[in-house]
Design a protein around this ligand. Structure first.
Ligand code: SAM
Length: 201
């Protein structure tokens, strides 16, 4: 029986479209549904940005909306090799909130329009442990969402279904209002993957 190979399909598609990773397609699905990037988007913070496919996608959205004055800042503990207009990437750990604030200040940005996080810890394949580790890292992202996102700003955060998921969604709803918080599992995620996105619209 024919079995659709998601990994292979999106890997090939990413290569064809010049994306550094297939993560861009998940963001594309989220954008098609929730329209996060629009004509008002000028500043984006990308957490866990390496190798850079979501930054590539975001640049495409800026072009599509005819926005020439924009800034996309990417942060990752790994090196990123991207040379795109309006984009700066930094080797930094998200757990160092002072450094993140410094990066925004260096770029004369107080708060951003969009925060996207595809950050993931080194997974060990034990789903519950991986989920707990990611929620541990997201503890450091919460103050960033609260303090460095514009009030009308939007975010898209990758999480794993597992211990901590319900609590995370509830906390986001308490902070940002239930009607603004959505969840989505893009079809470009593998079925067996526990990945799901918490989105503020
Ligand atoms: C799935 S990859 C991101 C793919 C990327 N969004 C793209 O579109 O190309 C997850 C990233 O999270 C990063 N990461 C893990 N822990 C981090 C931390 N504490 N601070 C910053 N980045 C981190 C990893 O280095 C890795 O590059």
């Amino acid at each position: 029986m024919f079995k659709f190979d998601y990994q292979d399909h999106y890997f090939k598609q990413a290569k064809k479209e010049g994306y550094k990773a297939r993560s861009a397609f998940k963001l594309e699905e989220i954008q098609n549904k929730f329209h996060l990037f629009d004509k008002t988007t000028k500043t984006i913070l990308d957490i866990g940005c390496a190798p850079g496919s979501r930054i590539q996608y975001a640049v495409g959205q800026m072009k599509k909306n005819d926005i020439s004055e924009y800034k996309i800042l990417g942060v990752d503990i790994q090196d990123v090799n991207l040379n795109l207009p309006g984009v700066k990437t930094y080797k930094a750990d998200i757990q160092d909130i002072d450094r993140i604030q410094e990066i925004l200040a260096e770029n004369k940005i107080e708060k951003v329009d969009i925060i996207q996080s595809d950050m993931a810890p080194n997974t060990i394949g034990v789903k519950d442990v991986d989920a707990m580790r990611l929620f541990g890292l997201l503890e450091y992202v919460k103050p960033i969402l609260k303090n460095l996102l514009k009030p009308e700003g939007k975010f898209v955060i990758k999480v794993f279904m597992g211990p901590g998921f319900e609590e995370f969604v509830k906390e986001m709803k308490d902070i940002f209002g239930g009607k603004h918080i959505k969840t989505l599992k893009p079809i470009s995620c593998r079925k067996e993957s526990k990945e799901i996105y918490v989105i503020k619209i």
